[in-house]
Ligand binder design. Structure first.
Ligand code: CP
Ligand code: NVA
Length: 301
């Protein structure tokens, strides 16, 4: 199978990623101007969601419609995927009918299996390991507000989860330093830390990570699939709440990001969500524009 996939940020070169961000900004401007741009007429994106979603579903669906195509929502509850049809068989069949497939699932290995049996591009809409589409939107948002992120210092405060792993890959691809502040036992995946070498440091002290940073990120303390651990995690992560006072330690140009959904009063205070340094709503909107750039890149010759 020779299709081009987007399972992680490492599936693109640094130059391709920079171009994707630039193109997302252009497509946003065209959309704001009301320009009709439909290069994907009659093209179809299949979307498999094994976990809940608001932003990812709506941004891909709206984006495909705006580009002249269509998106089909597939849930395991209503398809044979949920009744045990092998991933390999599902990939062969679905990819014979649609032009690209977006998947949100649990095990990252499942999306890799799907991709290696798919004749069309497969896009990672979040796995337990990675969430690369979110980082396209985040990097677009940083670029729009502050210009290039190259050489900047970024802090990740909280759980070393799928978003944190993806920030590690972003540190490599977009050339910035990343400081992760997390409790013992909640570090990001060692495979990604090894990939990043001295670009990423891990500390236990959130204030140390935040000091002088140009961008501060957090995410929920219990991700989808970890609901049973919620109570224990709330206690463990309490010292890692991101507050306006924590941002005061950062560089004066600091931005605050959260991929959403946010739990106010847990990983972030309610007041920080609407602080002038917060760009969380721009990040969410940019999912639309960044992913339009991505599907255009994967599907338009
Ligand atoms: N940030 C994000 O991926 O949101 P959804 O879970 O709503 O898709
Ligand atoms: N880490 C979160 C991100 C949600 C967009 C999760 O996996 O649930």
């Amino acid at each position: 199978m020779t299709a081009r996939h987007f399972l992680s940020l490492m599936d693109c070169s640094q130059a391709e990623l920079i171009n994707l961000i630039k193109r997302g900004i252009e497509l946003k401007a065209l959309h704001r101007q009301g320009v009709i741009y439909e290069p994907l007429k009659n093209r179809v994106l299949g979307m498999i969601f094994e976990k809940a979603s608001t932003r990812t579903r709506v941004s891909f669906e709206a984006g495909m419609i705006q580009l002249g195509g269509q998106a089909i929502f597939l849930s395991p509850r209503d398809t044979q995927l949920g009744r045990g049809e092998p991933i390999e068989d599902s990939a062969r069949v679905l990819s014979s009918m649609v032009d690209a497939v977006m998947i949100r699932t649990f095990a990252h290995g499942d999306i890799e299996t799907f991709a290696s049996n798919s004749s069309v591009p497969v896009i990672n809409g979040l796995t337990d390991d990675l969430h690369p589409c979110q980082l396209l939107a985040d990097m677009q948002t940083y670029q729009e507000h502050r210009g290039s992120i190259q050489g900047k210092t970024v802090a990740w405060i909280g759980d070393g989860n799928n978003m944190c792993n993806t920030f590690i890959q972003a540190a490599i691809q977009f050339d910035f330093q990343l400081r992760v502040a997390c409790p013992v036992g909640y570090e990001p995946d060692q495979r990604f830390l090894d990939q990043a070498g001295d670009r990423v440091t891990v500390t236990r002290d959130p204030n140390e990570a935040a000091t002088g940073a140009h961008l501060i990120n957090t995410d929920v303390w219990a991700s989808m699939g970890q609901e049973d651990e919620t109570e224990a995690r709330m206690k463990r992560f309490a010292p890692y709440q991101v507050t306006p006072a924590m941002l005061d330690l950062a560089d004066e140009s600091v931005l605050f990001m959260h991929c959403l959904p946010a739990h106010r009063g847990e990983e972030v205070t309610a007041e920080l969500m609407d602080d002038p340094r917060s760009v969380v709503w721009d990040q969410a909107e940019n999912r639309l524009h960044a992913q339009k750039a991505l599907v255009e890149f994967l599907l338009v010759e």
